[in-house]
Design a protein around this ligand. Sequence first.
Ligand SMILES: *[C@@H]1O[C@H](CO)[C@@H](O)[C@H](O)[C@H]1NC(C)=O
Ligand SMILES: *[C@@H]1O[C@H](CO)[C@@H](O)[C@H](O)[C@H]1NC(C)=O
Ligand SMILES: *[C@@H]1O[C@H](CO)[C@@H](O)[C@H](O)[C@H]1NC(C)=O
Ligand SMILES: *[C@@H]1O[C@H](CO)[C@@H](O)[C@H](O)[C@H]1NC(C)=O
Length: 408
Amino acid sequence: MALSSVPSGVNVVWLIPVFASLVLQCLATADRGSDCSASEEDPRVAPIPHWDEAPSSLADYPRHGDRTVVDPWVYTDRLGLYKILLRATSGDPTLGKANNTANILWGLPLQHGWQFSSGRLLDFPNGTRWHSGTSTMRMHNSWNCISPFSWWASMNYYLSVLPFLGAVKAGLFSEWPYEIEFTFSSHHPQDYCTSLATCNARFPSVIKDWADFFKILTYRSASPDPYYQTTANQGDSFNLPPSPPPTFSPRERDIITKLWVAHTNSLETAQPLFNASLLPLMPEPEQIFGLSWAHLIGYIATVDFVTDLNTTILFQRKYLPGRVLQPGDRPPKIPDFSRDVNLALYILETALKIDQQTGDALKHAWQAVMCSPESQARGRSMIGNLLRPFEALWNLVVLLWLYVTVCH
Ligand SMILES: *[C@@H]1O[C@H](CO)[C@@H](O)[C@H](O)[C@H]1NC(C)=O
Ligand SMILES: *[C@@H]1O[C@H](CO)[C@@H](O)[C@H](O)[C@H]1NC(C)=O
Ligand SMILES: *[C@@H]1O[C@H](CO)[C@@H](O)[C@H](O)[C@H]1NC(C)=O
Ligand SMILES: *[C@@H]1O[C@H](CO)[C@@H](O)[C@H](O)[C@H]1NC(C)=O
């Protein structure tokens, strides 16, 4: 399980002052009562722009001889990979539930859609659309270009192309007669792999982890046209989660754990590649946000967070910044962001800062208290209710209690 890597001698008491200070920060910015989480949403965070224009089967991509060619530097081409994966896994009894809205793969395209709508796929540092002379026919729409000078775009390569190739390796598209090839990046092509053979040779453990995830799903490659939607509800699933929060069936747990293992491996593989080259192109507050965003994975993977359609949309609208952070932006005091977004940024950056200064003490404490399925369920609900301080403190007390009673 995700817990095996926790070193001994972890001091879970770390969590107490950190949570207490977050509560204070939260109360300091709250304008009414104890609930810091007003339901403010950033209209700039649209679900997935241009989703309907993306390919929905491999046949929608161009073919050159015996190869199907996907250009990962075209936004709708990347979206198409996600759409195909959602479609191929919609027959799974766990993922396909509720008309495929329960599919935890939704987290990936929603994330990419946010990157697009918030301007994070543009050229850094100058925020223009990338025009590449060498790229393909579908590039005449410049809105559709993904810049190879974007740290976010390059990190996302490892969360789009590599998962897709993992699915290919797992046999999801064994009936597809052509080889699938990805167009080279016009900048630093050596940082990316472009086919199953080269990706497998270069990042065998990443491809294997994604293939392991896809292998445990049941899918019907011949199913007619399974449903995927983005006209999601504006529901309230963050308000008043069931108490105690629900735990998973063994199968659900297995699937979600494998997803997070693969996701974490992708990010950990990509991060060092772009740390020195692309990260510094971004404004400094955005660099810190990007690093803390990548760091967050250590927290959400530990609780087996569910990235289905409804949860991810709510989460993104509430907590994600709708534009790139600029010099001078200092959370939690960025005027054009909602208080929720400001506090979420502040919490992410605080966690990163503490972990940088303490050799990941906070993360290890968090991982240590996530020592039982009940703890993980509670941790999930805490992440979903990040800005409800008293609930978070209460949950922390229960977590520490579980830690002492169940895990020791
Ligand atoms: C997501 O929301 C829709 C609309 O409210 C609902 O029909 C669906 O069951 C929800 N999906 C899940 C997995 O809860
Ligand atoms: C910024 O804009 C200039 C042209 O205005 C362009 O040449 C350059 O490639 C862009 N991107 C970077 C990362 O400098
Ligand atoms: C489920 O998907 C089908 C097929 O696309 C659609 O017609 C139907 O309205 C969806 N049902 C619900 C409850 O959303
Ligand atoms: C990337 O650089 C930052 C400092 O800028 C550092 O904190 C982080 O650990 C680095 N990550 C990797 C994976 O090298």
